[in-house]
Design a protein around this ligand. Structure first.
Ligand code: SF4
Length: 82
């Protein structure tokens, strides 16, 4: 299985755990500039995202399966899910 891709956005490193993603698309609704569904109905992260960090955090918190993981790039700490 391929490693889940990590994308750096602002001070966050963000990834979607594909095995957990059920294609609910709440992340896309909250943060459409950052997340989109691919052909397998799994969320992928757009490298060109200009969404604010707070918005990306909200999108991660909206995910029903906690498939979006956010790590603070400065501290190395996982800030979501906690
Ligand atoms: S909200 Fe979660 S389950 Fe739904 S598409 Fe986004 S990452 Fe996948």
């Amino acid at each position: 299985m391929a490693e889940d891709k990590v994308v750096q956005i602002g001070k966050y490193k963000v990834k979607v755990i594909r095995d957990l993603c059920i294609g609910a698309a709440s992340c896309v609704a909250v943060s459409p500039d950052t997340f989109q569904l691919d052909s397998e109905n799994k969320a992928i992260i757009k490298e060109t995202s200009k969404d604010a960090e707070d918005n990306i955090m909200l999108a991660a918190q909206s995910c029903p399966t906690k498939a979006i993981v956010i790590v603070d790039n400065e501290t190395g700490e996982q800030v979501w899910p906690v």
